[in-house]
Design a protein around this ligand. Structure first.
Ligand SMILES: NC(=O)c1ccc[n+]([C@@H]2O[C@H](COP(=O)([O-])OP(=O)(O)OC[C@H]3O[C@@H](n4cnc5c(N)ncnc54)[C@H](OP(=O)(O)O)[C@@H]3O)[C@@H](O)[C@H]2O)c1
Length: 259
C-alpha cells in the first residue's frame, strides 16, 4: 500500500504551520506529512507538536537542487498524495522603483514559479479525491499600489488555480485558491521592510487558525475559491463590479489617512 501523505510548503510558520497542526488533528486518512521550508529548527519544533510521522524537507523551494531532490523523493516513495498545500511565499511593501530588483523578482520565483514546479511534480502522485490548496491572497482581486509585484503574483496563483481546478475535474482532483486579507503571521515582518502597512490592514486582520479552518472546510467542499471574512468577500465582489481605477483611488485615500 502506498503511504497517504500531505505535503505542505512554507510549513515553518504562519499558515503552513497551522495547516500541519490542523491536518494532524482532523485528517484521519493521512499516514505522513511532508513539511517543507528553509528554517529547520522551526520544522523540528513543529514535528514535536504533531502526532503523525513527519518528513522534514529543509530547503529553498527556488533552488534547482530542491526540485531534483523532491522529484527523487516522490519517485522513490511513490506516495499517494491526498493533499498538497502550497503556502510558501512572501511579499514586500513599497514603491516598485525603490525596491531591490532581486527581492521583487524573488516574489515571482517563490510565489509563482516554485508553486508551479511543486504542483506539476506532485499531480502525477495524486488520485481521485486528492486536493490542492494554493494560498493566493485578497491582493489577487485587483492591482495594489505599493504591493505591485506581490499582488500580480497572487493574481497568477488565483488564475492558475481556477483553471487547474477545471482541468483536473476529469481526474476528480480538486483545487482551492485561498484568498485571505491580512492574517496575523510573520508575513508582515518581511513585508514591512522599512515601509509601514496601511493602517486599515490592522482593522481587517484575521486569526491564522480561522483562515486555515475555513480553507480546509472549503477545500473539502470542493470550492474553487476560499475567502475568509465578510470584508474580503465584499472586496471580492466589489472588484468584479466596480472599476479598478475607482477602487485604487479609494485605497489610496485610505492609505494616506493617518500617515
Ligand atoms: N499573512 C498575510 O497577511 C497573508 C495574506 C494573504 C496571503 N498570504 C500568503 O500566505 C502564504 C503564507 O504566508 P504566511 O502569512 O503564513 O507568512 P509566513 O509566516 O511568513 O510564512 C511564509 C512561509 O513561507 C516559507 N518560505 C518562504 N520562502 C521560501 C523559500 N524560498 N523556500 C522554502 N520556504 C519558503 C517560510 O519558511 P522559511 O522562511 O523557513 O523558508 C514560511 O514558512 C504566503 O504565500 C503569503 O503570500 C499571507
Amino acid at each position: 500500500m502506498n503511504k497517504k501523505i500531505a505535503v505542505i510548503t512554507g510549513a515553518s510558520s504562519g499558515m503552513g504551520r497551522e495547516f500541519a497542526l490542523y491536518i494532524d488533528r482532523h485528517m484521519h486518512n493521512i499516514d505522513e506529512i511532508w513539511l517543507i521550508a528553509r528554517r529547520n529548527e522551526r520544522l523540528v519544533e513543529l514535528q514535536q507538536m504533531i502526532n503523525l510521522p513527519c518528513v522534514l524537507i529543509n530547503d529553498d523551494i527556488n533552488k534547482e537542487s530542491f526540485i531534483e531532490k523532491y522529484k527523487i523523493m516522490l519517485k522513490q516513495e511513490n506516495p499517494d498524495v491526498r493533499l498538497l498545500t502550497n503556502c510558501a511565499g512572501y511579499g514586500v511593501l513599497g514603491k516598485f522603483d525603490e525596491q531591490v530588483r532581486e527581492i521583487e523578482t524573488g516574489m515571482i520565483e517563490t510565489n509563482c514559479i516554485a508553486l508551479t514546479n511543486i504542483t506539476s511534480l506532485t499531480i502525477p502522485y495524486m488520485k481521485k479525491n486528492a486536493r490542492i490548496i494554493n494560498i493566493a491572497s485578497a491582493a489577487a482581486f485587483l492591482p495594489q499600489v505599493d504591493f505591485a509585484v506581490y499582488a500580480a503574483t497572487k493574481s497568477y496563483v488565483l488564475s492558475f488555480s481556477r483553471a487547474l481546478n477545471h482541468e483536473l475535474k476529469s481526474k476528480k482532483i480538486y483545487v482551492t485558491a485561498v484568498c485571505p486579507g491580512p492574517v496575523n503571521t510573520e508575513f508582515f515582518h518581511i513585508a514591512e521592510n522599512g515601509v509601514k502597512r496601511a493602517w486599515y490592514k490592522n482593522y481587517f486582520m484575521s486569526k491564522v487558525e480561522d483562515v486555515v479552518e475555513n480553507a480546509m472546510k472549503d477545500s473539502v467542499a470542493k470550492k474553487e475559491i476560499s475567502v475568509y471574512s465578510k470584508s474580503m468577500r465584499f472586496l471580492c465582489i466589489a472588484s468584479k463590479i466596480m472599476p479598478h481605477g475607482f477602487l485604487l483611488k479609494v485605497m489610496d485615500i485610505f492609505s494616506k489617512k493617518n500617515q
